[in-house]
Ligand binder design. Structure first.
Ligand code: ARG
Length: 260
């Protein structure tokens, strides 16, 4: 109680101080869009691969998920709307480079190789590469994966890293994570390496699978923007800062990822 009172007292003092401050204090917040360098009349086109729950997936014909909602919030901040363009994960970076879409938002990990091709905004989430096996599997650690058949989603970090670590001949890359899961259930592969949140979603939907406790890689997700569009990069970073500060990003994530 005392703490609350103290807080209120301090708040009142700060407030009255601010009220007396000279006229140099910052102007009131401008309207949405106004504080950004670019003008956004057309819809913001987002390239994604909507087969990656809870970040992006389809509910009927509708695109839903964390990335979709964050992108909608950013578009709104910039004073425009969002258009989702669904494609293979593997095509997103090229599509951003060619300007077919302005942003790539797909639970995309920042890597050195990708940074040579596109710019990344500030990170908005953490991802962890995990290993899914059958519940009765003898695979219990990363070492146990040696010589085993691994399934991945083509062009993802899990795909690239596992080819490096366990040999290309041992890795089968599928177009979608869900197809790798089907292969695991059917015995075509012994393990699937994929990001932790989709892994949880796939394991919840499919009986007889489990996620190993060991983490294969810890990564940052960010938004890919063309190297030719520095204005958009700066504006999205500004929008992300605002949406982080006002709790929008956290509440979108909390809506899809329930705290354990
Ligand atoms: N985080 C991984 C990567 O960047 C996987 C992302 C896959 N995303 C998707 N929407 N399918 O490579």
């Amino acid at each position: 109680m005392k703490k609350v009172l103290l807080f209120l007292l301090v708040a009142v003092m700060v407030f009255s101080f601010a009220a007396c401050a000279p006229k140099t204090s910052p102007a009131p917040a401008p309207e949405a869009g106004a504080k950004y360098e670019g003008t956004y009349t057309a819809a913001l086109k987002m390239g994604t691969n909507a087969a990656f729950p809870p970040y992006e997936y389809k509910e009927g014909e509708k695109f839903v998920g964390i990335d979709i909602e964050i992108a909608e919030a950013i578009a709104k901040e910039l004073g425009t709307t969002l258009e989702v363009v669904d494609m293979e994960f593997d095509s997103i970076i090229a599509s951003v480079q060619k300007g077919e879409v302005q942003v790539g938002i797909a639970g995309m990990t920042v890597t050195e190789d990708r940074e040579k091709e596109v710019n990344f905004t500030h990170s908005y989430a953490t991802g962890v590469q995990v290993v899914i096996v059958k519940a009765d599997s003898s695979i219990a650690s990363l070492e146990d994966l040696e010589g085993k058949k691994i399934g991945t989603q083509l062009g993802t970090t899990g795909d690239m890293y596992s080819k490096d670590d366990y040999g290309e001949e041992n890795v089968t890359s599928y177009g979608k994570g869900a197809d790798a899961i089907i292969a695991l259930k059917g015995g075509d592969v012994d393990a699937v390496i994929i990001d932790n949140e989709p892994a949880k979603a796939f394991v919840a939907e499919n009986e007889g699978l489990k996620i190993l406790e060991t983490e294969y890689a810890v990564e940052d997700y960010a938004i890919a923007v063309s190297k030719d569009n520095a204005t958009l990069l700066a504006d999205i970073n500004k929008a992300l800062e605002k949406l982080t500060a006002d709790g929008t990003i956290d509440s979108i994530i909390a809506k899809y990822i329930k705290a354990e």
